[in-house]
Design a protein around this ligand. Structure first.
Ligand code: AQP
Length: 335
């Protein structure tokens, strides 16, 4: 499946909640566009998800559901490799080597660690702290050229680049130094009830997010209840994060420019705009959900996609790791 003529692209999402429209617009949409021109590997990063306490049965179910949602959103397993991270042991093995090259100061600076430590104050585990090294390992293991991420992951990607450069200069040229690919618009979709913070799939308050699998009624209700402000103009405005977020959502879902959305709703009320936005999102999600329902019933198909993905990824991961082990001075086990 690996096409050696195309640049390698890698990205992943943690199965830590309800895959949401923020994840779609910030990551999946871009993946779908890039999969034609790249040799792509899309991960369901279940090992990362463990940095926050998970219910094992739910995690298991969610991993398969994410694979079905990736495909329903347009990832084609005939063109791209879909992999569950824990199916490829080399992710954790490479992480160990990279952790010996990572400085504590680098991890201390990570804003996501600071944010997540506040959010999960009762469970600030070492995995939460070393998470960026595992992410670097995910990327470097497959010699990825390009990593499409939302703006919030930029700092982690910089660490992956630094580690590739550090390993290459400490030992010798081994890793490709990956380039980030951050979409210009849609990079940060905000929460519906608290528009100063980003929409997150693991948010306890489900009214803050639109899940890919939310029914049309739920979508419309959530948009209707979304926080706006005391103004009345449907317009992007830094001082009005609520309505700005909704305008951005409308523009990204319909592929209209922000200006076009603003002029379409000039002189109209927030309530009209919200009704239309709810409809537009529900219509957008309908075919995805239909496809998801078909795929998720076919367990054999899903398992075959995962078996093929794991085989491909394992082969590539082993190739990189044996090179790394040789460079650092490990000897091959006797056979
Ligand atoms: N609100 C968002 N707007 C745009 N892009 C987003 N992404 C996440 N939230 C938004 C992008 O989706 C991918 C998911 O990455 P992740 O699973 O590693 O976790 P995350 O970035 O921490 O995303 P969440 O949804 O906020 O997850 P939880 O709730 O588990 O912390 C990334 O490409 C991210 O940029």
């Amino acid at each position: 499946m690996a096409d050696t003529h195309k640049p390698i692209l890698l990205s992943g999402i943690q199965p830590s909640g309800h895959l949401c429209i923020g994840n779609y617009l910030g990551a999946l949409k871009n993946w779908v566009n890039l999969q034609e021109s790249h040799d792509s590997i899309f991960l369901v990063v279940d090992m990362h998800a463990l940095t926050v306490r998970q219910n094992p049965a739910e995690l298991r179910q969610r991993c398969l559901s994410y694979v079905a949602q990736y495909i329903a959103c347009g990832i084609d397993p005939e063109k791209s490799t879909i992999v569950i991270q824990s199916h490829v042991p080399q992710h954790a093995e490479l992480m160990w080597i990279l952790s010996t090259l990572t400085y504590m100061g680098e991890l201390n600076r990570m804003t996501q660690f600071k944010d997540k430590s506040k959010k999960h104050a009762a469970n600030i585990n070492a995995g939460l702290f070393t998470y960026p090294i595992l992410m670097a390992s995910d990327i470097l293991l497959y010699q990825a050229d390009l990593v499409p991420v939302g703006a919030d992951q930029k700092q982690h990607l910089e660490l992956a680049r630094d580690l590739a450069i550090r390993f290459n200069s400490t030992y010798s040229d081994t890793f490709v130094v990956p380039e980030p690919c951050i979409p210009k618009t849609g990079a940060r979709i905000m929460s519906l009830q608290e528009p100063e913070k980003k929409m997150s799939k693991s948010d306890d308050n489900l009214n803050n997010l639109i899940a890919i699998l939310d029914s049309a009624d739920i979508v419309k209700r959530k948009i209707k209840r979304a926080v706006t402000d005391s103004g009345s103009e449907v317009k992007m405005d830094k001082s009005r994060p609520g309505i700005s977020n909704l305008v951005q959502l409308y523009s990204l879902i319909t592929d209209l420019s922000v200006k076009e959305v603003e002029s379409q709703y000039s002189g109209k009320m927030y309530s009209d705009f919200k009704t239309d936005l709810g409809n537009v999102i529900a219509e957008f999600l309908e075919p995805i959900q239909k496809k998801y329902n078909e795929i998720s019933k076919d367990k054999d198909y899903l398992e075959s996609v995962l078996a093929k993905g794991a085989e491909n990824a394992f082969y590539r991961g082993r190739k990189t790791l044996s090179k790394v082990y040789r460079k650092v001075g490990f000897i091959q086990p006797a056979r």
